[in-house]
Write a protein that binds this ligand. Structure first.
Ligand code: C2E
Ligand code: MG
Ligand code: MG
Ligand code: MG
Length: 284
């Protein structure tokens, strides 16, 4: 009986896996078309300086306007693109689009602000990344100091010794570097100290969990670590005043989340830059 059940289980598992594989394959093909058919778009989410209330930076976030399925979330297609290698082309498109938007904002005479761009592990692992970005900046005319790369903790901690050199090269171009989703990977503190990074980005899962003592303790620890290492610290996923209040009191430098704004269209960036959130921040 056990054997028969085992087999049934195995078949079920297989069919499920098969359906998943078909779905992935379909998504992969559609993503190829999406890039060709201009179905991808960028949104920008503001990051607020807790001392001045000013929007000092924006994170570029990719969106896929699928012809039949509507908006497909990056949480769904980025992992597929990462597995198939399409993320390389996608990542190049994102940077080119950011450069184009910066040119547009500059033409309106907006004050300069930093744009943060997510770099996937596969992109980061390319040996030629620093050279490619250097050339991209030359050709596009985008000023390096306007660009901050968001790297994941696991990407930079895997093969850390080699990565120090790569991070140094990226820094020497003049870029800023942030560690995204910080706290969810396994950081070696000794490497963290040696990496030429600028910013730690507290993962939103800790912010969501901040009302619990454990969650608050983790947030406290990351902020303390950032002060010790003289890094700037940002918290993402701020949705409620209580979270803002706590993080401001703890000396978090920057905040990002729906409480301030959802990711917005590039056309709405000028208005967003005029906003000041100091009143909200000082209420705490
Ligand atoms: P991430 O880089 O950690 O980005 C933060 C995510 O949290 C974004 O989701 C953002 O829309 C969402 N978010 C912002 N504020 C709040 C909030 O207050 N509450 C909640 N619940 N969520 C909030 P999104 O845009 O769906 O992106 C998901 C992930 O996909 C990103 O996580 C990033 O890892 C990846 N991604 C997005 N755009 C790109 C891209 O251009 N390139 C690469 N390589 N990855 C990208
Ligand atoms: Mg990010
Ligand atoms: Mg993140
Ligand atoms: Mg994330």
């Amino acid at each position: 009986v056990a054997k028969a059940e085992g087999r049934a289980c195995f078949r079920f598992y297989n069919e499920e896996m098969n359906a998943q594989a078909v779905e992935q394959l379909k998504l992969e093909e559609e993503l190829r078309d999406a890039m060709r058919n201009h179905e991808l778009e960028l949104r920008y989410q503001p990051q607020v300086d807790t001392r001045t209330g000013e929007v000092v930076s924006m994170e570029a976030l990719v969106r896929w306007k699928h012809p039949d399925r509507g908006m497909v979330s990056p949480g769904e297609f980025i992992p597929v693109a990462e597995r198939t290698g399409q993320i390389i082309e996608l990542g190049e498109w994102v940077l080119a689009e950011v450069a184009r938007h910066c040119q547009y904002w500059d033409s309106l005479g907006l004050r300069p602000f930093t744009v943060c761009v997510n770099i996937s592990p596969l992109q980061f692992n390319q040996t030629e990344l620093p050279v490619w970005i250097g050339e991209f900046l030359d050709v596009s005319g985008l000023a390096p100091e306007r660009l901050e790369l968001e790297l994941t903790e696991s990407a930079i901690m895997t093969d850390a010794e080699t990565n120090i050199e790569k991070l140094r090269k990226l820094k020497s171009i003049g870029l800023k570097l942030a560690v995204d989703d910080f706290g969810t990977g396994y950081s070696s503190l000794s490497y963290l100290k040696r990496f030429p990074i600028d910013t730690l980005k507290i993962d939103q899962s800790f912010v969501a969990d901040m009302e619990s003592p454990d969650g608050a303790a983790i947030v406290d620890a990351i902020i303390a670590l950032s002060k010790t290492l003289k890094l700037s610290v940002i918290a993402e996923g701020i949705e409620r005043f209580g979270q803002l209040d706590y993080l401001v009191r703890r000396g978090c430098d920057l905040l990002q989340g729906y409480y301030f704004a959802h990711p917005i269209y590039p056309e709405d960036v000028p208005d967003m830059l005029c906003q000041n959130f100091l009143t909200e921040l000082q209420a705490s």
